[in-house]
Design a protein around this ligand. Sequence first.
Ligand code: FE2
Length: 266
Amino acid sequence: MIGDIVGRPGRVMVREHLPRLKKEHGIDFVTANYENASHGFGLTPKNAEELFGSGIDMMTGGNHSFDKKEIVPLLDSLPLLRPHNYPEAMPGSGVGVYETSAGELGVVNVMGHYGMPMVDNPFTCALKAVEDLKAQGVHRIVIDFHAEASSEKRAMLMMLRGEVGAIVGTHTHVATDDLQVDGGTGYIGDIGLSGCRDNVIGMDAKIPLQRFLTGMPGHFDVPKKCKKVLQLVIFELGGDGRCVSAKKVRVFDDGREWVGEGWIEA
Ligand code: FE2
């Protein structure tokens, strides 16, 4: 699972490293979050094609899912989700079932409440989505919880521990140091961005700094040149859908590569 891919630097890192990492780590299926993939805001059809062509199998969204309106028809024709707890009138869905070389995988995408647009309750929404998937016979399930607050993400883990294979956080762009497997559920508070690792959450630091110094708003921009990173977490799910191991991989564009194991809680 890859977190927020931010602009061209993120797409370049995916294209240059994901095919090799899939082979090296024996990865069957790749999810990623697309909501910042096209110049930091939303997803264009061209960039969707590029990312699926780089080895990503399906993508989840968030509060920027609809920033590029061209995505609307793609939600029915490509393996793309948007948060399931958007009002029902929104196009697309937040639950998908995908064929993998290891069997069916259910993916649920929900969005938190803190600092986010007004959406339905993510907790009751996720509970119902997991129940429905299980009723359909889908037992391998992972969740992208696109949320700001770490407390919301921990509460989601407490609610669904042992019920789903993995819960990952996205949206903050900053990776957390809490990768673990708890009661058969893999978890990380935020995978962290793939894109520029310098500047401010993948965006050119100029406008955020101006905003903090003066209050003057401005349009965030993805830098043309920056130091890049690709970050992903790899969960191994057993036949019963329970997670048995977790690791984090971080690739820097200067050739450095870091792999860390998540800890296991009984
Ligand atoms: Fe977001």
